[in-house]
Design a binder for this molecule. Structure first.
Ligand SMILES: Cc1cc2nc3c(=O)[nH]c(=O)nc-3n(C[C@H](O)[C@H](O)[C@H](O)COP(=O)(O)OP(=O)(O)OC[C@H]3O[C@@H](n4cnc5c(N)ncnc54)[C@H](O)[C@@H]3O)c2cc1C
Length: 386
């Protein structure tokens, strides 16, 4: 198992952050509350605090900023284990991690010094604001505007479907500048920032979605992440890649949870012709679930290892991992409901929630259609390269 304890941790040892630790945390502090979060439409503050105490908000941040210096592979394992327990909590980890990574990778020294220690502990929770009512898959069509005024950057726009938006303290907002698209750090308390909750989503219902309107929000002179006009290419690509990686791992968590529930139920349930576990049609469903879960895990782990090596091939590996894992999660969550029969349709049953959450995985961080277009274009590029 990957251990991310570094030499400096050895002086003041923190518990190792690895898959086993994440699994213990998720089993103890997340899984028992997942149905309640889903029904209430929010995650309890106590759970958010525990995530911070366990160092799980942005574990890849360097130790000097209060992070754990975790590898991307370990991050995937953490997001798989949390996603196995609750996709709403995993979604919050995803967007918080995306913003933290953007500040680490592209932020100014002042931005890093100010924000990263707060992001590492979860003292500041972050949300990622790209989508708009008229710009989802086609992010380049966004219309939010940022202009330079005497007090620094002023942002106007309407962001929609913002995970964690109801609770976040800091928004990373993508907006047009004169020279391209920029990414801006906008604290929640900024005058002109209006947050409206979105309740009753199909899936990840506990992830506290919101609309975020920016009406002349003065973000200040040091709000832009990376040079002006540079964000569209670098910040957006990098941040979305991390989000996709997290969703791939989280989808594997959903798959594993479907498998756990389905195998347990099939082993116990008696029907007129015997136990479900002995029926070949049920065995076929379970064997496909096992195979796809293992394949999806290998795909995101490959993408994680490529990230850790700094290999640009991780971008396509992540597209493939997220595409495969999200499709498999949606397919097998439907089969998990099928195996449970009416029980799986009942309110508050775990597979009913997994089914709704899995569908969302096919839409966020690049819909299936966009993924297929991107993966196919890479196939053409490769064919001509050879
Ligand atoms: C639960 C949830 C959480 C979210 N959290 C966030 C968040 O934190 N931050 C954020 O910025 N956004 C967030 N989103 C928004 C998400 O990123 C978008 O929903 C996604 O990018 C798709 O955009 P859209 O919904 O506007 O669909 P559209 O772009 O309108 O697409 C509709 C359908 O058309 C298909 N389509 C679109 N273009 C093409 C094409 N060129 N070829 C073929 N088919 C195409 C799509 O695949 C899709 O099936 C969230 C969404 C959900 C559901």
């Amino acid at each position: 198992m990957t251990s991310v304890v570094t030499a400096s941790d050895a002086v003041d040892p923190a518990p190792a952050l690895d898959r086993a630790a994440a699994r213990r945390f998720a089993r103890e502090h997340v899984a028992p509350l997942a149905a309640r979060f889903d029904q209430a439409g929010h995650i309890a503050q106590d759970t958010l605090d525990r995530i911070g105490a366990a160092g799980l908000w942005a574990p890849f941040l360097p130790v000097e900023y209060g992070g754990r210096g975790a590898s991307m592979l370990t991050l995937g394992h953490i997001h798989e284990e949390v996603g196995r327990a609750c996709s709403s909590v995993r979604s919050l980890l995803t967007v918080h991690g995306m913003v933290s990574w953007a500040v680490l990778r592209f932020g100014s020294p002042q931005q890093r010094e100010h924000w990263l220690p707060r992001l590492a502990t979860g003292a500041v929770l972050a949300a990622f604001c790209l989508s708009e009512p008229g710009a989802g898959s086609d992010a380049a069509g966004l219309t939010a505007q940022a202009t330079r005024g005497p007090q620094g950057w002023v942002v106007d726009g309407h962001k929609k479907w913002i995970t964690g938006g109801q609770r976040a303290d800091l928004f990373l907002v993508f907006a047009r500048t004169g020279s391209g698209i920029g990414a801006f750090l906008v604290p929640r308390g900024t005058p002109g920032v209006i947050v409206t909750p979105i309740d009753g989503m199909l899936g990840t219902r506990g992830s506290m979605l919101a609309e975020v309107r920016l009406d002349g929000a003065v973000a200040g002179p040091d709000a832009l992440v990376g040079p002006d006009g540079f964000a569209a290419g670098m910040v957006m690509t990098g941040v979305l890649d991390l989000g996709r990686y997290s969703v791939a791992a989280g989808s594997v968590g959903i798959l594993q949870a479907c498998l756990d529930a389905s195998a347990r139920h099939a082993a116990q349930r008696e029907v007129s012709s015997g136990r479900l576990r002995d029926l070949q049609l049920i065995q076929a469903k379970l064997s496909d679930m096992v195979t796809d879960t293992r394949a999806a895990r290998l795909l995101y782990e490959e993408a994680g290892r490529l990230k850790d090596r700094g290999d640009a091939a991780t971008l396509m590996a992540t597209w493939v991992a997220k595409y495969f894992a999200s499709v498999a999660a949606a397919r097998h969550a439907a089969e998990a409901v099928q195996i449970h029969g009416a029980l799986g349709c009942g309110p508050g049953h775990p597979v009913e929630r997994l089914y709704r959450d899995a569908k969302v995985m096919e839409i966020i961080e690049g819909s299936n259609e966009i993924q297929r277009i991107t993966i196919a274009s890479d196939a053409y590029r490769e064919a001509f390269h050879e």
